[in-house]
Design a protein around this ligand. Structure first.
Ligand SMILES: [Zn+2]
Length: 107
């Protein structure tokens, strides 16, 4: 029997509340884990978030729009994916470092 939208919504709301409550009990850190690892959970209740992956992906995407306004959204998405696959951990780290400096300088 297919699940109704309502029971699925209730389940999602319950899961959301459980996650929010548990999050308050966890140790949450940020660290650079290389360009391919978004985050890591450890059984001791530590979650390490690697913001560089999603931030750099977004920066590459928006910079490609800046450099190539004639490119379609599909082309920008494809080129962003190719760049993320091509760049080294160090290069992704460089772009993330530049992003952090720009945010902190308020430029
Ligand atoms: Zn776009």
């Amino acid at each position: 029997m297919p699940r109704s939208k309502k029971s699925s919504t209730v389940a999602m709301d319950r899961l959301f509340v459980k996650i929010l409550a548990r999050l308050g009990q966890l140790t949450v850190k940020e660290d650079y884990l290389g360009k391919d690892v978004h985050a890591m959970w450890e059984p001791d209740g530590t979650i390490t978030i690697n913001p560089a992956v999603s931030v750099v992906d977004s920066i590459l995407h928006e910079c490609l729009h800046e450099l190539h306004p004639e490119w379609s959204e599909t082309t920008v998405l494809q080129q962003t994916g190719k760049l993320m696959a091509y760049l080294s951990d160090a290069q992704v780290g460089q772009i993330y470092g530049e992003y952090r400096r720009r945010i902190e300088d308020g430029e």
